[in-house]
Every structure is written in structure tokens, then in C-alpha cells.
Ligand binder design. Structure first.
Ligand SMILES: Nc1nc2c(ncn2[C@@H]2O[C@H](COP(=O)(O)OP(=O)(O)O)[C@@H](O)[C@H]2O)c(=O)[nH]1
Ligand SMILES: [Mg+2]
Length: 220
């Protein structure tokens, strides 16, 4: 997928501040310092669009980026800073929940975990929220350059077991050597294309039935 134009659009703390135009969103979440800003910059081929390590733990806002006027890249606040007060954690939880249920468009969630470490309790909580919300997700293992190729499988096993996710579906990614960038862009593109197909189906009742529907009808 080619990204032609990526622009910062707005910052929101509540749904009334989300963009007016409802476009599909690709939403990034993960622990602070997991490499989220770096990954976003790498994906978009921009050196400093999503600021890296600016005031860690202090960004309790949701940032929207406009990508080719076709979709939004949404940057959720990072979680898991040990020092933040309970009230701030509650605030974070509320904001994420609000976004999960309050964003009006379709959204694909990307959860980022550090490939080197077993997912934290908050990682597990975040992932189980996403599973419970029954939204489409991708799991990305960041900083893949920090472990050897040989150790990769072992680390992916730890992550998949901790989260109950399929190992084959975890995408290793590195912002240092750009490993995984094409795979990730491809998966995002698949998601966006599938949405378009669904829209076309709804607008055109003459569309052929899916194989599954054919089979079901045969059985009746
Ligand atoms: N080696 C390596 N370091 C990374 C990678 N991604 C991020 N980092 C470093 O990890 C730290 C946190 O990155 P940042 O993108 O700000 O994380 P964020 O808090 O999740 O947005 C910074 O020092 C980055 O340089 C990566 O893929 N490989
Ligand atoms: Mg960041």
C-alpha cells in the first residue's frame, strides 16, 4: 500500500472532539515506551510525525492523523507507567473505553507488545478488552531488531501463550531496520479493502452469494 499524504489532524479527549467525517480508523495501542510513535513514523515514512518519547506518560489524549483522506490513523495514549496516579489510570481506562464504544466508524485495533518481554498485566487486560469488544485486531511485536532471528520464535511463543493469541498472527516489527513494515501495511490494506467490498455488497443486492451462503442454502 502506498501512503501519499499523512497529516496530523486533531487531538481529542472525548467523542464530541473526534473528527466529523467518519472514516475507517486504524488504532494503535500499547504500553508507554513500547515503540508506538516510532512504529507510526516508520509506517508513514515520516521522521517525526508522531512524536517519539515526548513527555512519557503525559499524553492522555487521542491523536488522529488523516491518511490520504481515506482513513484515520489513531494513536491512543500509552499505558502502564508505574508512577502515574490511580486517578490518571482510571482516566486512561475511561478514555479507551469511550473510544472503543464511542467511535462511529469501523476500526482495526493494533496492539503493540515488546518482543523481548512477557506481556504485562495491562497488556493482557488491553488484549482481553479488545477480544471482549469483538473488534478486528492485529498483534505487533515491536523492537524485533533487539533479539536474534534464532530467538524470535521462542519470544513469539511466550507472547502468544500469555495473550491467548495465535503465534502465526503476531507481526514482528522493527523501526530500526523496518522489518515487518510491508507485512503490516499489507494487513492494514486488506482490512480497508474488505470494508470497501462489504460496502459494495450492501449497495448492490445483485452481488453473488458467498460460498458459505451457497452451502447453507443447499443444506436447507
Ligand atoms: N532498537 C529499537 N528501539 C526502538 C524501536 N522502536 C522504538 N525504539 C526505542 O524505544 C524508545 C521508545 O520509543 P517510542 O516510539 O517513543 O515509544 P512509545 O512511548 O510507545 O511511543 C525510544 O528510545 C526508541 O528509540 C525499535 O524497533 N528498535
Ligand atoms: Mg509515543
Amino acid at each position: 500500500m502506498q501512503i501519499k499524504k499523512a497529516d496530523y489532524l486533531l487531538t481529542a479527549v472525548k467523542p464530541s472532539q473526534y473528527p466529523e467525517a467518519v472514516l475507517p480508523a486504524v488504532t494503535f495501542c500499547g504500553r508507554s515506551n513500547v515503540g508506538k510513535s516510532s512504529l507510526i513514523n516508520t509506517l508513514l515514512n515520516r521522521r517525526n510525525l508522531a512524536r517519539t518519547s515526548a513527555q512519557p506518560g503525559k499524553t492522555r489524549t487521542i491523536n488522529f492523523y488523516d491518511i490520504d483522506h481515506a482513513w484515520y490513523l489513531v494513536d491512543l495514549p500509552g499505558y502502564g507507567f508505574a508512577k502515574v496516579a490511580k486517578s490518571e489510570r482510571e482516566n486512561w481506562r475511561f478514555m479507551i473505553d469511550q473510544f472503543l464504544h464511542g467511535y462511529k466508524g469501523p476500526t482495526l485495533f493494533l496492539q503493540l507488545v515488546d518482543i523481548r518481554h512477557e506481556p504485562s498485566e495491562l497488556d493482557k487486560q488491553m488484549w482481553s478488552w479488545l477480544m471482549a469488544a469483538n473488534v478486528p485486531t492485529l498483534l505487533v511485536a515491536t523492537k524485533a531488531d533487539k533479539i536474534s532471528r534464532g530467538a524470535r520464535d521462542k519470544h513469539l511463543t511466550v507472547i502468544s501463550k500469555a495473550l491467548g493469541a495465535k503465534k502465526s498472527e503476531i507481526i514482528p516489527f522493527s523501526s530500526v531496520n523496518r522489518d515487518g513494515r510491508e507485512v503490516l501495511l499489507g494487513r492494514i490494506e486488506e482490512y480497508l479493502l474488505a470494508l470497501q467490498d462489504n460496502n459494495n455488497d450492501e449497495n448492490n443486492p445483485e452481488q453473488p452469494q458467498t460460498v458459505a451462503e451457497d452451502v447453507l442454502n443447499d443444506e436447507v
